[in-house]
Design a protein around this ligand. Structure first.
Ligand code: NI
Length: 287
């Protein structure tokens, strides 16, 4: 399996990263993609990918880091610092030998609004930031990892226009997908993949999300933890970690009425194809 979205680059893993990596490999999680959420965590992700064979990096500026504000995310409460996107600095992180496999996570988030700003203002600034990162992904010929919260219609509108102009040639994934069936289909029509987290294992999961999984072909699905957040059942309430991605795979097998082996195999192939993991490890072997 591939945990296509976890944040081992975050402080939550500073004391036991290697224990988490060994628990992941014990359950068959062979690769992990660590997206950054701002420059510091993107840089940390690149450092970890250099140190550990089975880790890959994604670099990007998450929309909640555009403004300084307080964020409550499950048990985690943190203050963000406002960061201005520095195109050149991010591009420098993605050197050819860096194991940077995607730009992200980036996208739109209208759930976490900074105090004293209007939605129109936040929306305009976030869309501009997203377009800069689409340009970076296009320049570097990399896929993208999109974060989207309460903004699916705007994300679709931006991506449809960009794709029409030939941007985003390597596609991408809408991570932690929580939208409806029409939105899911519209992202699939753009050639994007959908990825699902432990939310699909929760008792109170929206029935429509289960329908989205039924309707989405397995070769368009990836699995992820979004660790340290969103621990799946039966670990809900604990810190999440890559080993728990197996629970997401099990739930997808259950929803689709197929074997766990098939989910593991196909979602792994999807991740290898999108992030070009196999060609990358071959390139590294040649070095
Ligand atoms: Ni994330």
């Amino acid at each position: 399996m591939v945990d296509t979205h976890c944040h081992l680059n975050f402080r939550a893993f500073k004391d036991d990263l290697e224990a988490c990596l060994s628990r992941a490999s014990e359950v068959g999680v062979n690769y992990m993609i660590n997206p950054g959420s701002q420059y510091d965590t993107s840089k940390r992700s690149v450092e970890l990918a250099k140190k550990y064979d089975n880790l890959y990096a994604a670099i990007g500026l998450h929309p909640i880091h555009l403004f300084a504000m307080e964020v409550d995310e499950g048990e985690d409460h943190f203050a963000t610092r406002a960061e201005v996107f520095d195109y050149e600095k991010y591009r420098d992180l993605a050197k050819p030998d860096s194991k940077v496999v995607a730009i992200g996570e980036c996208g739109l988030d209208y759930f976490h609004l900074p105090p004293g700003r209007t939605i129109a203002e936040v929306r305009a600034v976030q869309i501009e930031l997203l377009k800069q990162q689409i340009k970076l992904a296009t320049d570097l010929n990399l896929p993208m990892i999109f974060h989207c919260r309460e903004a699916y219609e705007d994300l679709l509108e931006v991506l449809q226009a960009e794709v029409k102009q030939g941007q985003l040639p390597q596609g991408g994934v809408v991570h932690c997908f929580l939208g409806d069936r029409e939105q899911a289909q519209a992202f699939l029509d753009l050639g994007l993949l959908l990825s699902f987290t432990g939310i699909i294992t929760f008792k109170n999961v929206k029935p429509e999300l289960i329908e989205v999984i039924k309707q989405t072909p397995l070769d368009k699905i990836m699995i992820e933890t979004d660790a340290p957040y969103l621990a799946p059942a039966p670990h809900r309430g604990q810190r999440n970690e890559p080993a728990f991605v197996a629970e997401v795979a099990k739930k997808i097998a259950d929803i689709k009425g197929i074997s766990l082996a098939e989910v593991d195999k196909t979602t792994t192939e999807n991740a290898q194809r999108l992030f070009r993991l196999s060609s990358l490890s071959q390139a590294q072997r040649r070095l």
